[in-house]
Design a protein around this ligand. Sequence first.
Ligand code: CU1
Length: 148
Amino acid sequence: MRVFVPVMLAGLALAPAAQARVCAVSLDSTDQMSFSTRQINVAADCSQVKLTLRHTGKLAATAMGHNWVLTKTADYPPVAMAGMRMTLADSYLPKKDARVLAHTVVIGGGQSTSVTFSTAALRKGGDYTFFCSFPGHFAMMRGKLVFG
Ligand code: CU1
């Protein structure tokens, strides 16, 4: 048994370096159809992002719902347009669409939601847009995500 102890300790010592770095990001959304930020910066050493979206308004999800959706900037208009044909239950997003890199569910006033996603699909210096896919919101509710 004694032989194994140093090996196990060495393994434990290495563990923190191999651990995922989860970077927390949060933003607010409002009854005025807006996000509180136009740009989100994610450091290159973040292996995962925990994105928290709050809705600081009072209106229900059916009237003024908001979500947070991430795509490549080139994919944002077609995904947003396709989302308009979907339902609240689908988060106003096309089902199982690989262009959607991450998204939260749609929330209403007073609610909060979060999603944790890997940055493995993101390229340093890539062009990414986040937006709300609630029908009619994406033109106003959008911003850039910068990774790197
Ligand atoms: Cu919205």
